[in-house]
Design a protein around this ligand. Sequence first.
Ligand code: CIR
Length: 252
Amino acid sequence: MLLALTRSVPPAIVDCELTHLAREPIDVARATTQHKAYEKALASLGYKVRHLPDEPDLPDSVFVEDTAVVVDELAVITRPGASSRRAETFSVAQALSAYRKLAFVEDPATLDGGDVLCIGKGLFAGRSERTNDDGIAQLRAHLAPHGYSVDAMSMRDCLHLKTAVTAVSDSIVLVNPAWIDFPGFDRIEVDPSEPFAANALLTPKGVLMPSAFPRTIARVRKRGIKVKTVDASELAKAEGGVTCCSLLLRVQ
Ligand code: CIR
């Protein structure tokens, strides 16, 4: 079974962390409606959606991707780079312990799940304001015994590695070349007018992308990849994309 762990939009999201965007008012009701549509989209892509406990006072708690890196053998609970986000991990660890052995990223390391891209047994970890070299080293140490490689990557001008590049099939990446050099893979480049379009969520039934990026979506479809779209515009004001609102895992 495919499982998606999600968490509802907290009222405190109006005070979310922002790194590269100017603060704009966030309509919590609208964000919640969009988040529900996102969960529905995940269900239509074959996922059973399970809700993590609400964290109404943790502003970025809807962005659950950043709290863990989950592979078939293990879940690595992160230590988010923003100290305001560290308390998000407790309930995630508890929920994941039902499905996976756990490992933990520990001080002085920091790591956000948004900085980790998995392509098969190859992982790429972005050095960012949130993820440091200790974080990447600890991730590597936890995963190497299970046959995973972890390559450190550098980006520019964006929050997370997966703001700049994601996988849209087993072998094709969707990339914003202004923010990262990502050689070695067949690639689709985002339309230059849609810099945030590189964040797509890969599922076995196709990719999920924000409807705000029609030009890039057309490029992905042209390569024969199925694309489902959602309106994620309100969560985008909190610097979130489609990968950040879920943790996806295979369970028995
Ligand atoms: C933050 O700055 O931590 C949140 N406002 C946005 C997190 C987005 N997460 C992600 O892309 N994985």
